[in-house]
Design a protein around this ligand. Structure first.
Ligand code: MN
Length: 458
């Protein structure tokens, strides 16, 4: 398969929107990610837009102004709903045409938007005046475990004698996550309570998790689905993927340790998952495709239904993910958020296409708006480790922060900020925006039991 590079990826392309300078913004004209927004305090229901610099192109408003033609009319029409699901159903042809026409409207010298007197308030809203929502109505969420570095590090903590289980290199391991507790970036996250049992304690106890962690992950939104009973061929897998987000799979390690055998994670993860609002399309990611992870010699060959040989040169994705921590003391002191993790999705043992094809290989029907998480992104180096459990060696080695603080795991008031970006020689840098969440204290058991539950995030 050849690289699908076109005029929308040209590094020399500039937008007449000043803030969309690729040196200064995650959202230059080469990116054009999709999301759901509405004007803060305005009468409109949430609907679809494209981020450009520090502004949002209002897709239904541009459609009403007659700015789209052809397939993009259908695509922009699908963006009038409160989620991108209708757009996701339409498929790559429609998505690509809408992105291409948006690129044309926003490029330097094009005046079609500015011919409309109220363009600044109606067609191209300042992002600061907008509320952002989850990009999709997520019916099902599946989280994988696709980083062999993460699986080896964490497996070694739980099972020192056998870090990688025998199936790991034959199929992408995953579990069914919880869709109802996925929240958009900026939504505070309440510390969960649950059962845990210390190694030296005779019995388990119920109470607030003491071992709260983050997981740096890539999230992939499913586009068109498949019919129940009909698998998706590995060669077609990416036709069913719309784009990529930032995902933080919050994890309560004490709850996880006590509950995870024999059926895997349950309440340790279902209390919250944070997602970034802007979805970077596979079209925009085209320049940053790289060969799939090079399996070390001696690793088993993949079975035919997961064999991506035809896409081998571009089956992987070169995207950097960075996670920053901001503690209450750091905010008080004006100290910048401190980077804890930096990983790259090119280090994933399994590609997004393999995860999707494997998911559907038994005939399970995927649906538009389903979310696939990559699993914690870790790499070969210490600084690539994508969660605290790895960085602190199972709680044994506290991490030093600026201002003299240390952390083993997250404390109340800590804010976790995940960012991501793609760079490639000869192309513009594009970003994934950010995915942030502030830890709120657990509910007091008495208040919870009496049903006097303070209003938390919606
Ligand atoms: Mn995870």
């Amino acid at each position: 398969m050849t690289l699908r590079i076109d005029a929308t990826h040209d590094a020399a392309l500039r937008s007449w929107v000043d803030s969309a300078n690729p040196a200064a913004s995650d959202f230059p004209i080469q990116n054009l990610p999709f999301g759901i927004f509405r004007r803060r305090g305005g009468p409109d229901a949430p609907h679809g837009g494209i981020a450009i610099g520090d502004r949002i192109l209002d897709l239904p408003a541009c459609l009403a102004a007659g700015l789209f033609t052809g397939l993009a009319v259908q695509a922009a029409g699908a963006c009038g709903e409160t989620s991108l699901n209708a757009l996701l159903t339409l498929g790559r042809g429609c998505w690509s045409d809408l992105r291409r026409q948006a690129s044309g409207l926003l490029r330097e010298g094009d005046t079609r938007i500015r011919l409309h007197a109220d363009w600044e308030t109606r067609l191209l809203l300042p992002m600061g005046d907008a509320e952002l929502f989850l990009p999709a109505a997520i019916g099902d969420y599946t989280d994988f475990y696709a980083s062999v570095f993460h699986a080896t590090n964490v497996g070694g903590l739980f099972r020192p004698d056998q870090p990688l289980l025998p199936n790991y290199k034959h199929l992408p391991i995953g579990y069914h996550g919880r869709a109802s507790s996925i929240v958009v970036s900026g939504t505070p996250v309440r510390r969960p309570s649950g059962q845990s049992k210390a190694d030296d304690a005779p019995d388990p106890v119920f109470g607030p998790s003491k071992v709260l962690d983050y997981e740096v992950e890539a999230g992939f939104l499913v586009g068109p689905g498949n019919r129940l009973g009909e698998p998706i061929a590995i060669g077609d897998a990416e036709d069913h993927l719309f784009g990529m987000c930032l995902l933080n799979d919050w994890s309560a390690r004490d709850i996880q340790k006590w509950e995870y055998q024999p059926l895997g994670p349950f309440l340790a993860k279902s209390f919250a998952t944070s997602l970034s609002p802007w979805v970077v399309t596979l079209d925009a990611l085209e320049p940053y495709r790289v060969p799939a992870f090079a399996r070390p010699g001696g690793d088993p060959a993949v079975l035919p239904h997961l064999d991506q040989a035809a896409q081998a040169r571009r089956a992987g994705l070169n995207a950097t993910f960075e996670l920053f921590l901001s503690t209450p003391k750091m905010r008080e002191n004006g100290t910048a958020p401190f980077r804890l993790s930096r990983a790259n999705s090119r280090d994933l043992y399994w590609t997004p296409g393999q995860m999707l094809a494997h998911h559907a290989s038994n005939g399970c029907n995927l649906r538009p708006g389903d979310l696939l998480g990559s699993g914690t992104l870790s790499g070969p180096a210490k600084e690539n480790e994508g969660c605290l459990l790895e960085l602190n060696r199972g709680g044994k080695e506290p991490i030093s922060l600026p201002d003299g603080e240390t952390r083993r795991f997250l404390l109340d008031g800590d804010e976790v900020i995940l960012k991501g970006y793609c760079e490639a020689e000869g192309f513009a840098r594009i970003g994934l925006g950010e995915c942030r969440g502030l830890i709120l204290p657990a509910l007091a058991p008495a208040a919870a039991a009496a049903g006097k539950i303070p209003r938390g995030p919606a």
